[in-house]
Ligand binder design. Structure first.
Ligand SMILES: Nc1ncnc2c1ncn2[C@@H]1O[C@H](COP(=O)(O)OP(=O)(O)OP(=O)(O)O)[C@@H](O)[C@H]1O
Ligand SMILES: [Mg+2]
Ligand SMILES: [Zn+2]
Length: 486
């Protein structure tokens, strides 16, 4: 019979529990030094090990051959507890037995001594679901618990437990597990199950599980089945109906380029194809956060995985990213009063000024006060307005200036459009120039493949460079060169 991973990989000893170091240590030492409380309250998020630790404690207390507070795992009692057939372990789901009669029944049963083991253990799961009367009935028992009886109350909603109960229990707080802890545990399971998995996919699972190990393990189980033994990000995204990281990044580049048409079209397409837009918005925020960290930290690799994507976009002004983050962040708030799609569309429209955002340090170079905001940095530079090269002289290295000098340049809407041959400038260089002089933009001319089509990576380049891409042929068909020739 197929045993789901979440059950199959439930830790059976204290040493197998991931995280929750404080709770583990307190319980293990309580067993080792025989200093048990009558009642414990395990409080913490779903799927972080509360029920698991309650069972391990029961084993440790009733094991016939315990070692240093650890259950042996093989004796009669240990195996009976693992199988769920130990008469002195009574698990009660308070969600379905929440009334006073249920608690009275417990109270009556409590007076009998353990049948098989040394301790009788009551696990009260979802303890916050008990009614007030039931809580009161329980109080009496907690106050004068019979010898060798232990109560373990588990809850995800600590605030809902009455103070009178709280004061009679020793409280152990369970915390969410970190991404690293989850990934490590998933890797171990993959090894045991001989699943082929991409590390990135495991991180995605960890992220989606939000600190809950049960969710993470179950997701791995399902993904492994779906992928027939393979767990990759692509399969996972397909299986969950979420937008791939690559696509999220494409979208982010559209926003950074203030390509409103492109971004709105992209969003509409996702919406039509039934993708989860809320999740998409989360992933987008995550990517913006990555860029912000990359730009803000001296050693970003210590807290994040630095990828080509980050280095390529390293020149995007911090102000632009902060603004974008703020706008995307308002989508959820905004969605309270309108449809999510509409709220998202509005945000996209707001992002169109991103491209005009120039670092304040650059404005200051022109002697423009930041408060003047909208005004274009001109001042005494006016006389150079007709020659973009003059605008940049002294602010760029000579090689880059040379490239610009020999490139075709067109005037467009008060700005300048340079036609750059593929390979002549890197995206960093173009971004740098754009940041220095926002009236300048680029068209990258790709070498044409045989047959006249643009090479397959044209779209990528377009997104990465934030520039239009044309083939040589298109260029010669276009309007004749005005301004400087090549
Ligand atoms: N700390 C952990 N270390 C290793 N595995 C864990 C841990 N926490 C949870 N798991 C995995 O998740 C499954 C469920 O855990 P458990 O039943 O202990 O969660 P819980 O905290 O009681 O959750 P709930 O509040 O939903 O009852 C376990 O069988 C195990 O596979
Ligand atoms: Mg539980
Ligand atoms: Zn044992």
């Amino acid at each position: 019979m197929y045993v789901p991973f979440a059950r199959k990989y439930r830790p059976r000893k204290f040493s197998e529990v991931v995280g929750q170091e404080v709770a583990v240590r307190i319980l293990r030492n309580a067993v080792k030094f025989n200093k048990l409380s009558h009642a414990y309250l395990f409080a913490g998020p779903r799927g972080t090990g509360k029920t698991t630790l309650a069972r391990i404690l029961t084993k440790a207390l009733n094991c016939l051959k315990p070692e240093e507070g650890e259950p042996c795992g093989v004796c009669e009692n240990c195996t009976a507890i693992d199988r769920g057939s130990f008469p002195d372990l009574i698990e009660i789901d308070a969600a379905s037995n929440r009334g006073i009669d249920d608690v009275r029944a417990i109270r009556d049963a409590v007076s009998y001594a353990p049948i098989k083991g040394k301790y009788k253990v009551y696990i009260l799961d979802e303890a916050h679901m008990l009614t007030k009367e039931a809580f009161n009935a329980l109080l009496k028992t907690l106050e004068e618990p019979p010898q060798k009886t232990i109560f373990l109350l588990c809850t995800t909603e600590y605030e809902k437990i009455m103070p009178t109960i709280l004061s009679r229990c020793q409280r152990l707080v369970f915390s969410k597990l970190s991404e690293a802890q989850i990934v490590e545990n998933l890797k171990r399971i993959c090894d045991r199950e001989e699943l082929q998995c991409e590390e990135k996919a495991l991180y995605l699972i960890a992220k989606l599980s939000d600190g809950g190990m049960r969710d993470a393990v179950s997701l791995l189980d399902q993904a492994g089945t779906y992928g027939e033994g393979k767990v990759s990000t692509t399969l996972l995204e397909e299986f969950l109906g979420i937008v791939s990281q690559e696509r999220v990044r494409e979208f982010l580049v559209l926003l950074l380029n203030s390509d409103v048409d492109g971004a709105l079209g992209f969003l509409k397409d996702l919406s039509l194809r039934g993708y989860n837009l809320v999740r998409f918005c989360d992933l987008l925020e995550e990517e913006i956060r990555g860029l912000l960290l990359y730009k803000s930290l001296k050693e970003p690799e210590r807290v994040m995985q630095v990828e080509d994507f980050h280095t390529k976009l390293g020149d995007v002004p911090l102000n632009a990213l902060l603004y974008l983050e703020k706008v995307v962040n308002t989508v959820r708030l905004d969605a309270r009063s309108r449809d999510f799609l509409r709220a998202f569309e509005l945000a996209i429209i707001k992002t169109q000024i991103v491209k005009d955002i120039v670092p304040i340090s650059e404005l200051l170079k022109y002697g423009v006060q930041p408060s003047e905001g909208e005004k274009k940095p001109q001042g005494k530079k006016e006389e150079h307005q007709e020659d973009p090269i003059k605008l940049l002289e002294g602010r760029l290295d000579t090689l880059t200036l040379e490239v610009l000098k020999r490139s075709r340049c067109e005037r467009k809407e008060g700005g300048f459009l340079f036609y750059i041959k593929e390979g002549d400038l890197t995206s960093e260089e173009m971004n740098k120039i754009r940041a220095l002089e926002r009236r300048i933009d680029f068209v990258v001319e790709l070498k044409k493949e045989e047959g006249g089509a643009l090479p397959p990576f044209a779209e990528k380049v377009k997104d990465m460079f934030g520039a239009k891409v044309i083939s040589h042929e298109q260029r010669s068909k276009g309007k004749g060169p005005s301004g400087k020739g090549a």
